[in-house]
Design a protein around this ligand. Structure first.
Ligand code: NAD
Length: 395
């Protein structure tokens, strides 16, 4: 694994747990973790349960006894690490968004397609697909329970940078993060809604805004090339420009005919990590809210009129996706379980020789939507088609 902070900890929890919860055709061994600071990565290896540590990610690529590379770093290093890992025949799990640019995502997808021919697998970490209630939503749509999908309404709202004194961390720098709220949390609701509906976004009209354009440099930084990760205090050493969006709002058409609205913001005061999706179809509606992730709200318009209403389904039965390995019905699960489910599906696919999803090609398509949103916003919200996801190999 490369990176040991937020996603590094979440993925480590999942790698530690997955062998013990699910009966899998192969066991994960947590061999080697990489970070740039020796003392911190040594501590992380001990705390998170890794056998060894290194300060150079190339050591993972060059180790013969490593089969899988898990990339949990900011977007500016995804492409370089993934391309090297795939070239060395390692299976790759890469955090979202796949890359910082469409060009990088295309190169990664082409490399993944070439590697597939030799049995090397790759996957992007859109973990919310693996919340059981979300997986179930997709099954309900596929089973026709909602009829023809007319509307998709998706928001992902946070508030961690409302304070203008919050420092200029990597997530606020375009060269490190690619974009702001758009690629960080907007990417999740783009992937989630496309996954659930089976429809792809074909075009968008967008507005984006950077409300606070200048912020204090983070503690430990020595200038605009600040590389402090997740630092939450300023060091009184000047300010720098915020080069990403604070919020992105867009309307979209889906290729199956649905109209959709999306809102991703880091300025939704009071909203900590509020991901909510509502889908309206000709036969019913379904609602998912991450703050109540064990539940779905389902309105079944085929029931007798006098019985119609939004019903709460508690998604904790053994028959529900992923749930048979956990607890008795009603004993709820949490955020971290989505990552355990991600590792389960990844290990099973790698060990049985099939392609896990979402593939790099799926993640490239999300990147193309992000790009269309950014271009539309630059062009005064003009209608912008999502470019076709031809890989470099196919061009
Ligand atoms: N799936 C999710 O829900 C989710 C949530 C948060 C972040 N993410 C994604 O995960 C990735 C990492 O985000 P995070 O929140 O964990 O960031 P973070 O700042 O918490 O951690 C980044 C880690 O990468 C390490 N790192 C950076 N550059 C490195 C390099 N060149 N070599 C080795 N290590 C390096 C840092 O030391 C740190 O350990 C991003 O792509 C982000 O979009 C996904």
């Amino acid at each position: 694994m490369v990176g040991y902070a937020f996603m590094g900890a979440a993925h480590s929890q999942a790698w530690r747990t997955v062998n013990r919860v699910y009966d899998l055709p192969a066991r994960a061994r947590m061999a080697l973790i990489c970070g740039r600071d020796t003392a911190k990565v040594a501590d992380a290896a001990d705390r998170l349960g890794w056998d060894a540590y290194t300060t150079d990610w190339r050591d993972l690529i060059n180790s013969d006894d490593i089969d899988v590379v898990d990339i949990c770093t900011p977007g500016d290093s995804h492409a370089e690490i993934a391309l090297a890992a795939l070239a060395a025949g390692k299976h790759v799990l890469c955090e979202k968004p796949l890359a910082n640019t469409v060009a990088e995502a295309r190169a990664m997808t082409a490399a993944a397609d070439a590697a597939r021919a030799t049995g090397v697998r790759s996957m992007c970490g859109f973990n919310y697909r693996r919340v059981p209630a979300v997986t179930m939503m997709r099954q309900m749509v596929a089973d026709g329970r909602l009829g023809v999908i007319r509307h998709v309404r998706a928001v992902y709202l946070q508030d961690w940078i409302v304070d203008p004194q919050f420092p200029l961390v990597w997530r606020l720098q375009k060269d490190r993060a690619g974009s702001g709220a758009l690629g960080d949390i907007g990417a999740h609701i783009i992937d989630l809604t496309q996954f659930v509906t089976g429809q792809r976004i074909s075009g968008v009209s967008a507005v984006t805004e950077t409300f606070v354009k200048e912020r204090p440099l983070p503690a430990g930084s020595s200038g605009l090339a600040a590389t402090v990760d997740g630092g939450s205090s300023a060091d009184g050493n000047g300010t720098g420009p915020v080069t990403v969006d604070d919020a992105a709002v867009f309307v979209a058409r889906l290729d199956g005919g649905a109209l959709a609205t999306y809102e991703a913001s880091r300025f939704a005061t009071g909203r900590k990590n509020a991901l909510r999706v509502e889908i309206n179809g000709s036969l019913g509606s379904v609602v998912f809210d991450l703050e109540r992730l064990n539940e779905l709200e389902f309105y079944d318009a085929t029931r007798p009129t006098v019985e119609q209403g939004f019903n709460r389904i508690l998604v904790t039965e053994g028959e529900h996706p992923y749930m048979s390995a956990w607890w008795p019905p009603g004993h709820i699960i949490g955020y971290e379980h989505s990552f355990t489910h991600e590792m389960r599906d990844f290990i099973e696919a790698v060990a049985t020789g099939v392609d896990p999803t979402p593939s790099f090609a799926d993640a490239l398509q999300v990147q193309l939507v992000l790009d269309a949103v950014a271009r539309s916003a630059e062009l005064g919200s003009s209608w912008t088609e999502v470019a076709p996801a031809l890989t470099a190999a196919a061009v």
